[in-house]
Each structure stands twice: as structure tokens, then as C-alpha cells.
Design a protein around this ligand. Structure first.
Ligand code: FE
Length: 323
């Protein structure tokens, strides 16, 4: 087992808190676990922790931080020491809601992470108690009824340096990547587990730093993805990419833009990596030009839009986003 067990929770920022909350509760079907000031804590019915998403009102959309749970107290100490060695560590805090001591750091691109081990398991109230003792919460079937947070895709001005940091300091495995004809890296699909992807870095088209591409929530079947698309449509949620299958990681997807502007995916499928010597799959520019698995070409915005939004004019030559 790797030192990082899995990712989550994640804090998402929204300038339209009320409408974003309605999206996550009514359309995605998540449950409100608690509320604290400008933050609402949300969970899928399959999340074993108290929450997997913190939704916080803010002037701009984007990701505030991404949590990573270590697999043991020793693993936490090892990873903190490795991060400190890179000079990107920021220090300990006593931890957010339901969580023990957390170590804050940044990746080379400037995304915030919180590494922790101790956390509370979800203890459902009576009306959410499941019939089966191996399920964290009752299945209600509201909206898309997403089960859990699945993966997070962030944008990076320089994919390679953040990808190498994730491998060397955090112990992630690199399952797939895209290398362009000029030798630069356009994307890296990393995982701390056998899931084909958990943490993804793709190139920021504007060369900006610290931005989010999307958060993905899991459902068990393709049919539920299609049903989620019907729900997005009738709730006025912009569908950016209708359901289809990715070539990379083979995930079945639906991408929409929640009211606050953040891209949210409903996903299923993919594959598991059982081979401890799994060779990294490298996709070429020509192969990528063929589109997704079934030949569908993703719309241009999928390759440029992220949160917080930036225009080319808003990015300084050093890559720092100005707003
Ligand atoms: Fe995805």
C-alpha cells in the first residue's frame, strides 16, 4: 500500500453559494453533513468519511485545497518529511472538521494540499442509517445520487514538474500521460491506488497557475451517467460534454458546469491496475487528435476553461494569474 491512501476531501469555492448548494444537493444528490460559517460540508452515500466536499462561498470559483489521507501515522510522517525536503511545505494545523493534525503544502504549480491521517468515520443519523452494515449511509436515490468523490483534475502551467513532485514526494504512480511532438507533457494521470486515475494534471492553456479543471463524482453504472445528463438538462445545468468514454483511463463521463462556474464530472467505468510493474502508457499528439475512445471530439472549452477563470490578457508572462 502506498503512503497516500486516497484523495479527499476537497474544498470548492463558489461565488454563488446558494445555487451551487442546490446543485450539489438536488441535482448531484449529495447530503449536507454540516454547516460552519460560509462552508457547507457535503457527502455522497458511499463516502466513509464524514464529508468529501466542502463548499465555501468566495469571490471566485476554484479549488481551495485538496485533502490526501495517509495510510498510517508513519506514512504521514514519511510524506511530510519528503515534502519538507522539496521546500514546498507550509506547516501543520490542528485539522479541519472531523480530521486530525493536517500538514499544508503546495505543489510546484501552487495548488494547496492537506495531508492527514486521523479522521472520523461517518456516523449516520437515524433517518440515514443503511440496512447493510457495510454501507456508510442509506441510499436515497435523490438526483444523480453520486456515491463518492472519485478523482480531481487540476491544471498546471508545467505538468511535468508537478507530476514529478506527486511521484517523488507523495509516492503517486503514473499510469498514463500525454507527450506532445515537441517533447512537452500535456497531461499526467496519477494514482495512489489501483484506480486508473485519482489525481490528474493537465496543461493550463493560459499558462496560469493553481487552477482547477474538474472534480469527478462516482456512480456505479453508465445508465446513471445518462440519467444525470437528463437531470442536468432539466435543471438548467450547462452540459459541456455529453456522456461518452475517454480514451485515457477509459472513464465514462458527463461534464457540466455548476452554477458557481466549476466544472463537475459524473463518472463511472475506467479500469484497475493490478500489475505492480504497470508500464506508463504514453499517448502521442497524433493519437490524441483522434478524439475520445469512440471518436468524439471534446469541445474547445474543455481544453481551455478552468476555475478561477482567466483570459489570456489576465495572465502575466511569469504565468501568475492576476485574478
Ligand atoms: Fe475526469
Amino acid at each position: 500500500m502506498s503512503d497516500v491512501a486516497h484523495l479527499g476531501p476537497v474544498e470548492l469555492l463558489t461565488p454563488t453559494a446558494e445555487r451551487s448548494l442546490a446543485f450539489f444537493v438536488d441535482v448531484l444528490g449529495m447530503e449536507v453533513e454540516g454547516q460552519d460559517g460560509a462552508s457547507v460540508y457535503l457527502r455522497g452515500w458511499g463516502d466513509y468519511q464524514r464529508y468529501s466536499l466542502v463548499l465555501t462561498e468566495s469571490a471566485q470559483a476554484g479549488m481551495a485545497w485538496l485533502g490526501l489521507r495517509a495510510s498510517s501515522p508513519e506514512a504521514l510522517r514519511r510524506r511530510v518529511a519528503a515534502v519538507q525536503g522539496t521546500g514546498l511545505g507550509e506547516g501543520w494545523s490542528e485539522g479541519a472538521r472531523g480530521r486530525g493534525p493536517s500538514y499544508r503544502f503546495r505543489d510546484p504549480d501552487g495548488h494547496n494540499f492537506e495531508l492527514y491521517y486521523e479522521c472520523e468515520r461517518y456516523d449516520p443519523p437515524e433517518h440515514l442509517r443503511p440496512a447493510l452494515k457495510n454501507q456508510p449511509q442509506r441510499y436515497l436515490g435523490r438526483g444523480a445520487a453520486v456515491k463518492r468523490l472519485d478523482h480531481v483534475n487540476v491544471l498546471a502551467a508545467d505538468v511535468r514538474s508537478s507530476r514529478e513532485f506527486a511521484q517523488e514526494a507523495l509516492g503517486y504512480r503514473l499510469y498514463e500521460r500525454v507527450e506532445l511532438d515537441d517533447g512537452s507533457e500535456a497531461g499526467a494521470w496519477l494514482s495512489a491506488s489501483i484506480a486508473a486515475h485519482e489525481l490528474i494534471y493537465t496543461r493550463d492553456a493560459y499558462g496560469a497557475r493553481g487552477r482547477l479543471h474538474h472534480l469527478a463524482f462516482w456512480v456505479d453504472t453508465r445508465e446513471e451517467c445518462l440519467r444525470a445528463a437528463d437531470l442536468f438538462l432539466d435543471h438548467g445545468i450547462k452540459i459541456e460534454a455529453a456522456p461518452s468514454k475517454h480514451a485515457i483511463a477509459q472513464g465514462f463521463f458527463l461534464y457540466g458546469i455548476e452554477p458557481g462556474g466549476n466544472r463537475i464530472e459524473v463518472t463511472t467505468g475506467g479500469y484497475f491496475v493490478f500489475d505492480p510493474e504497470h508500464p506508463t502508457v504514453t499517448w502521442t499528439e497524433e493519437e490524441r487528435a483522434r478524439g475520445q475512445a469512440w471518436g468524439v471530439h471534446t469541445v474547445e472549452s474543455f481544453h481551455t476553461y478552468g476555475t478561477p477563470p482567466v483570459d489570456a490578457a489576465d495572465v502575466r508572462p511569469d504565468g501568475e494569474a492576476m485574478r
